[in-house]
Design a protein around this ligand. Structure first.
Ligand SMILES: [Zn+2]
Length: 368
């Protein structure tokens, strides 16, 4: 049984048939390379090999790292990486982009969020309650659990000297798709260009999250929760693809300026209004999560499943974003439009800032 306990994590190239290259070595200019990263040693008889793609530009510059699929049922991330890679020409790049498109290979095949199981992970979210949640293990431990070893391998292979990290996730479609970053990362969150975004205080992130580990090292981190889980949504893939290229442009890795062809809303969650069901019923809405609801409009209705009459109407007191509609996300709870008494029908949030569409005149970042 081969056991790898080296301090320096090594790549084994699968495309170029090299023996090993360290992550700290410089890649050849103008290359796209596919590499396999192996977790250190075995834990419970398991070791994992992660796919890595390194795109190196014509000359040295900034380094962007993209991590996707920390959780197995969040498949829009690798789809966005796939699309972005189709648009990247190393000869046009200055610097490097490293992709970890499937950070959690066993989970994506098992159709679960965490290895070996994700039961009850949403009930208590602190790291002590989430020993299997990869996004509570950063920067990892080479002698720890499998998710701790995955975090360690990725952190040491590419993240620790990044100029920006993008962490792609997905949550259920009852909640607005959302990008965020901590205050130091605000220019990167803005450049990313996702239609819905927030800027957080550092205390908003829990210990062990990738964004927390990045903040400790002073690395700007953009987190993006696309929707839904389990299936690929074309519009989300396009937002993710454009966001990756936008961050590369913002860092000077790609020429030109970020493109923002859609309206963007900075959501003020401090103004959130939750409408709670007074009785059980079916939620019916003309809107999807993320839509703008104008003042006085009915955001959602709670319908009695016996009489088919409206039990409760949720009306926007002013222009707001429908932040969630339906039972909220969480493993062990299906996204569901039927609620019991006491559960949330909808959450409406104010808009802190609103941006109109804008497109770079030089067209250097292409759209599909
Ligand atoms: Zn996730």
């Amino acid at each position: 049984m081969a056991v790898c306990r080296r301090k320096v994590v090594r790549f084994r190239s699968t495309l170029e048939r090299r023996n090993t290259v360290t992550i700290t070595s410089n890649s050849a200019p103008c290359t796209k390379r596919r590499i396999t990263l192996r977790t250190p040693g075995y834990v419970d008889g398991v070791s994992v090999e992660l796919p890595v793609v390194v795109v190196t530009g014509a000359s040295p510059g900034k380094k962007l790292v993209v991590v996707a699929t920390q959780h197995g049922r969040e498949v829009n991330g690798p789809a966005a990486v796939y699309r972005a890679l189709q648009n990247l020409n190393p000869e046009e790049m200055t610097g490097e982009i490293i992709f970890f498109p499937v950070a959690n290979p066993p989970c994506i095949r098992m159709q679960v969020q965490d290895f070996p199981m994700d039961r009850n992970r949403a009930l208590k979210t602190g790291p002590e309650h989430n020993p299997m949640n990869l996004n509570r293990q950063w920067p990892g431990d080479p002698d720890g659990s499998l998710p701790q070893r995955i975090a360690h391998a990725i952190w040491n292979a590419g993240l620790q000297d990044a100029d920006c990290v993008l962490d792609l996730h997905c949550w259920g479609a009852t909640t607005t798709a959302l990008a965020w970053g901590q205050q130091e990362a605000e220019p990167f969150v803005t450049a990313f260009g996702f239609p819905w975004f927030q800027v957080h205080d550092r205390k908003a992130a829990q210990p062990g999250m990738l964004e927390s580990a990045c903040a400790e090292q002073g690395i700007p981190c953009v987190v993006c929760e696309m929707t839904p889980q389990n299936v690929v949504a074309p519009e989300m893939v396009e937002h993710g693809r454009r966001g990756i290229l936008n961050l590369a442009s913002h860092l000077g890795i790609l020429p030109g300026s970020p493109e923002h062809p859609h309206p963007r809303y900075q959501i003020d969650q401090g103004t959130a209004i939750s409408a709670v069901a007074e009785r059980p019923g079916l939620i019916v809405s003309r809107y999807r999560a993320g839509d703008v609801v104008e003042a006085g409009e009915t955001a959602a209705e709670l319908v009695d499943l016996e009489t088919l009459e409206c039990l409760q109407a949720v009306v926007a007191p002013e222009r707001r974003i429908l932040f969630s509609v339906g039972r909220s996300w969480g493993t062990g709870q299906l996204d569901y439009s039927v609620v019991r008494a006491g559960e949330t029908i909808a959450v409406l949030c104010g808009v802190a800032r609103e941006f109109v569409p804008e497109i770079a005149s030089d067209g250097s970042v292409g759209s599909d």
